[in-house]
Structure formats: structure tokens, C-alpha cells
Design a protein around this ligand. Sequence first.
Ligand SMILES: [Zn+2]
Length: 111
Amino acid sequence: MGKGKKSLILWRRKLVKELLKNQEMINAYVIQRKCGKSGCKCQKEKGYMHNPAWCFHYKEKGEIKAEYIPSKYANKIKQQVEQYNNYKRIGKEICEINKKLLKMDIKKVST
Ligand SMILES: [Zn+2]
């Protein structure tokens, strides 16, 4: 096994460990939201928000759903969404490594 290949495999192993740290991930968007009552202070005053102002959006069977988040959970859920972003980023990196490994193997066979 070539040196380049070995270091790629070691790097991939490290990434897979990183991947496991994201087991609480949620694929949703967390946004701040106004209540929708006309005449409410949050509609009139820019930047004014009251509870529950946080909301998370996610897809279920192709439909976009929204759910209010009590503010004490907002940070927790934001972290969970962040975990999903990490998961996607690490997954892409693993794919890049696997493509490189595949190219190395193909080269070996064809020469
Ligand atoms: Zn309001």
C-alpha cells in the first residue's frame, strides 16, 4: 500500500470518529419568528420578539413543517442543527477521500 493511500485511510478513520459526535443531529432550520397577531408589539417594533419566538422548520414527506420552540430549548436545538451541518461537511470530505482512493486503485489496474 502506497504512502499516500495509507494517510488517506488514516484521515478517513479520523473523520468517521468525528462523524459519531453528531448523533444528536437534526435536519431543520431554526429561525426567529413573529407571532402573526396583527397589532402585536412584535409586528410594529423592529427587533422586538417575545416568547416563543424560536421556530424550527423541517421537511416531512415533502411538506415543510414549522414548530415553535420554547426559548429554553432554542440553544440546544441550534446545536443539534449545527451537528447536522458538521455531519454533511464531514460526509463530503469522506466522499472526496474515497474518490481519491478509487482513482488510485483504477490507476493501478490500468498501468
Ligand atoms: Zn407578537
